[in-house]
Design a protein around this ligand. Structure first.
Ligand SMILES: Cc1ncc(COP(=O)(O)O)c(C=O)c1O
Length: 411
């Protein structure tokens, strides 16, 4: 598996990097790079506009990539797959595309990425919607009931992460969807941390809208999808951007929008990126996501167990790695997270994420300045887990802690 990822090769006599930042952006296998190169080298052209052979090839492959996402996410048909730049754009499309009235209500949790927070704050300020914040209980099973208490007749939409980038917990979306739908509201799910790891079927999951980022699931940067379990849900949205590609026809007086998904894909598309993302999804479809999950969990367990012996390491979120298999977020007492990340890279070639992980609201509410986050994926191995343990152990030895019991996270 590792040989398929060129970024994991040794270069210039230096050891291969220990890449533990896949929750931010995953690495890409050679076949994804090949799919993009092939586009530029063999049939560069713009799909859907010109009628020459290159354009024809691009159009066909673009639609094949849509078909791959349709199979992977389990939408009713390929037409419920909209290609966008990332999950941020997908969430914005829903937020900006639904016809809001002042006093409509939207529910989000207190642990959302900025991509699922800021756009709602802007709608609150500009349109007058009311934003309800669900304070997530620790136990995932308690979430549907806690949410129920916030649902009102005016609640139009609930928008929640599926798997959290902050601590790796996964919410019970199916039960949540049942409660949301019973109250006549819609459910938008930010699935960009779940789609790389969970076998999904949107027809049964119950999310009306599902946002993913290609670059977190072995695809190229700047690729994402808004998917839906019902074509009607897409027809309810007005496009975020309009222009070329989005219309059947136009005159100086007016125009007719194309049917979804095309009305949402404005202008010349990121053909190389979409073809690469399609190749990434095909790669994942050949893997067993259950096995990938078990593999992530095994590595996560080993590191979590090693950290349990060190009182200065505080793990965030669920204590059992089975409840956060792909993510291990931790604070090191007395060590600034950014300094920690720099040391781990410089001294051990361990690349991980430090800071507030774009969930500033969660850290600020607790007066915390951030932490470290290791994320595991299918190309990580035992040596990676050991390098992380070694690096953290050495860091703790070099920087003495405060006397007394373990205190709050760094900063
Ligand atoms: C849970 C979650 N939502 C949204 C995003 C935003 O993703 P993107 O930057 O690909 O749009 C991220 C990125 O880390 C994330 O982890």
């Amino acid at each position: 598996m590792r040989r398929k990822f060129p970024a994991l090769r040794r270069r210039g006599g230096r050891p291969a990097p220990v890449y533990l930042d896949s929750a931010c952006m995953s690495l890409v296998p050679q076949e994804v790079i090949d799919a993009m190169l092939e586009y530029y080298q063999q049939y560069p052209g713009c799909g859907g506009r010109s009628f020459h052979r290159n354009a024809e090839q691009v159009s066909q492959r673009f639609e094949r990539a849509r078909e791959s996402f349709h199979q992977f996410l389990g939408t009713p048909s390929p037409q419920e797959i909209v290609f966008l730049r990332n999950s941020t754009e997908a969430i914005n499309l829903v937020a900006r595309g639904l016809p809001w009235k002042a006093h409509d209500r939207v529910v989000i949790s207190d642990q959302e990425h900025n991509s699922n927070l800021i756009v709602w704050q802007r709608l609150r300020d500009e349109v007058g919607i009311h934003l309800d914040i669900l304070k997530l209980p620790d136990a995932a099973a308690a979430v549907p009931e806690a949410l129920e208490a916030l649902l009102r007749p005016e609640t139009r939409l609930v928008s929640l992460f599926h798997t959290s980038n902050l601590d790796g917990r996964t919410l019970p979306i199916r039960e949540i969807a049942e409660r949301v739908h019973a109250r006549g509201a819609r459910l938008l799910v930010d699935g960009c941390q779940a789609a790389p790891h969970l076998a999904l079927d949107l027809r049964t999951l119950g999310a009306d809208y599902y946002a993913v980022s290609g670059h977190k699931m072995l695809g190229p940067t700047g690729t994402g999808v808004l998917a839906s379990n019902d074509p009607e849900r897409l027809r309810e949205l007005s496009p975020l951007l309009v222009g070329g590609e989005t219309v059947e026809w136009s005159t100086l007086e007016g125009h007719a929008l194309r049917a979804p998904p095309h009305r949402f894909e404005a202008g010349l598309q990121n053909y190389a990126g979409v073809l690469g993302a399609g190749a990434a999804v095909e790669f994942l479809r050949r893997c067993s996501l259950d096995e990938v999950r078990a593999h992530d969990l095994d590595l996560n367990r080993r590191v979590t167990r090693a950290f349990a012996d060190e009182p200065r390491v505080q793990v965030l979120g669920p204590p059992d790695p089975a409840d956060r298999p792909s993510i291990l977020a931790f604070a090191l007492e007395g060590i600034d997270p950014n300094d920690g990340a720099l040391f781990l890279d410089e001294a051990h070639r361990v690349l991980l994420r430090a800071g507030m992980h774009c969930v500033h609201s969660w850290y600020r509410a607790r007066g915390l300045s951030g932490n470290l986050r290791a994320s595991f994926y299918l190309y990580n191995n035992l040596a990676d887990a050991r390098a992380l343990i070694r690096g953290v152990t050495e860091l703790l030895e070099r920087i003495p802690g405060r006397p007394g019991p373990a205190g709050a996270p760094a900063g």
